[in-house]
Design a protein around this ligand. Structure first.
Ligand SMILES: O=C(O)CCC(=O)C(=O)O
Length: 267
């Protein structure tokens, strides 16, 4: 993967300033001309919260959850993140072998897309600050077997995975794995996805994040087969417990960008 030499202060496009994009490009030696005055970003749209109904009763019974936060970042901030990620470059996305992130393989039958892994503590903190009031904390099972424990939310995994899908790309049905800090101080229970551009035919078509119904699952109260496919919108954040079946549906046209990371907890 190409690693452009960007400075830390340039890697936090989340605090959008006028000319943020030009500054990121200039610092990477891409644009040498003085940045042009940029229009001030429009007033931020109000952030809203929507709970998603999951399709599998067995997941719900174990405490699985999913929700979406709308308008967490502005379209301008999202574009700055896309630009910064493109400066670093993308490579083929790998899949876990089940033995942790250190054992990953290329398997295009399961995952055919590109990614850029970016360990970026300030950026992860910037995302966390916007969403922290919505993240569950306290007694939780997070969709895993066993009684709830007093988990305290401590932040996001600084390992940001920028994901890029072109037409024909997908990430087939899977569950996400837990990330455990080496010193044992924290572990993840939730996946956090930040969408950087618009689906529904605007920037791309297809590419929904879909919560998948398990083949043998019986339909019971509380479960739903409806509203399980989320159409990405720039600036929206999707949060869900790791052990739920989901997929990144095939992109049918255009190019999809999003960032994926994990929400970390300690007892
Ligand atoms: O791109 C998507 O919509 C889904 C990505 C995903 O499932 C993952 O990163 O685990």
């Amino acid at each position: 993967m190409k690693h452009a030499q960007l400075k830390e202060e340039d890697l936090a496009p989340f605090k959008l300033r006028p000319n943020a994009k030009a500054m990121v490009l200039a610092s990477a030696g891409v644009a040498s001309a003085a940045p042009k005055p940029q229009p001030q970003p429009a007033a931020a749209a109000a952030m809203t919260h929507r709970v998603l109904r999951l399709p599998n009763s067995t997941e719900i019974e174990k405490g699985a959850l999913a929700f979406v936060l709308h308008n967490v970042f502005s379209p301008e901030e999202c574009q700055a993140m896309i630009d910064a990620s493109e400066l670093r470059g993308y490579e083929a996305a790998l899949v876990d072998t089940g033995e942790g992130e250190s054992r990953q393989v290329l398997d295009r039958s399961r995952r055919n897309s590109c990614r850029n892994i970016w360990d970026n503590e300030p950026a992860a903190q910037g995302i966390f600050e916007r969403v922290r009031n919505y993240l569950p904390t306290g007694p939780q099972s997070f969709g895993y077997p066993g009684p709830p424990r007093e988990w305290q939310c401590v932040g996001l995994n600084e390992r940001l995975r920028f994901l890029r899908y072109d037409a024909g790309h997908y990430f087939r049905t899977h569950m996400d794995g837990t990330y455990l800090r080496e010193d044992g101080s924290a572990q993840s229970f939730l996946t956090l996805m930040l969408y950087l551009n618009d689906g529904g035919g605007a920037d791309f078509s297809g590419g929904e994040t879909r919560f998948v119904r398990a083949m043998l699952e019986e339909q019971t109260e509380g479960a739903s087969v409806e509203e399980t496919a989320l159409v990405p919108a720039a600036g929206d954040v999707l949060v869900f417990t790791h052990p739920v079946l989901h997929e990144g549906c095939e992109v049918l046209g255009g190019r999809k960008y999003c960032v994926r990371t994990d929400v970390m907890y300690s007892v």
